[in-house]
Design a protein around this ligand. Sequence first.
Ligand code: G3P
Ligand code: CA
Length: 281
Amino acid sequence: MRFYSILIATLFISGTFQQAVAQYNLPNLPHSNNDNFVVIAHRGASAYAPENTHSAFKMAIDMKAEMIELDLLLSKDGVPVVIHDEDLKRTTGKNGLVSDYTLAELKKLETGAWFDEKYTGEPFPTLEEVLAYTKGKIAVNIEIKHEAVTDITEGGIVDKALKLVYQAGVEDQVIFSSFDYRVMEHLNKLDPDMPKALLYEKRQSGELTPKQLVEKYSVDAFNCSHKVLSDEWIEELNANNIPFFIYTVNDKALMERITKAGARGIFSDYPDVLSNVVENM
Ligand code: G3P
Ligand code: CA
């Protein structure tokens, strides 16, 4: 009896018991508020600093967010780089696509001045750089942008990103996501235990419900926009204990509604506001 009590207590403390019951594999949070809800800084603290930059990510760490989200594309020479738009114009002022420029050429571009001139000189970030300073400080959601995804598993963007995650030693604090469901298939072949979330995309989903999609692609979470989150989906996700994470929520009343609906986390450009709302609920 005593042995089993100790065993159960040990499993509980280590989180193993919880995982065995829950069956979904989510990343550890180096910094956690221990409320079973994840405050995610969307593209970093992107309301306050230029999105997807070191400044935005470091600000999210300072604000005590629990996870940052970043967007991943490949440079012309195949290096995973952090930027949302495939077209460089909006955030760098340059013509052309990310994939038209080598890393050395991207490094010469301006990524902060468009937001505020005080960020002039903000360097173009790589995944490798971000993983180095987030290690042990904050969890990272790596969103693989569909423009960089191909049918090739080995040597493709997912494989390259995974290798950087292993190299940095952060496999326990990372989750992958994508609107391109081929990413889930690549991950299931390359590293089935790596946490992954499906970003709901209508065309690839057909008539499948969130639960059916989670099962079909063997993912650990269902992520969608607050604009498509229906009462039926909420009911189905909660009834099946499927973790769901909702983007991009910047309005306080909506943050509260979605948290009360059972979401395991919210992506916000204002992680400080979100933390405050959740703490005071
Ligand atoms: O991962 C959540 C959210 O970032 C997905 O939309 O367009 O901001 O990449 P988007
Ligand atoms: Ca994103």
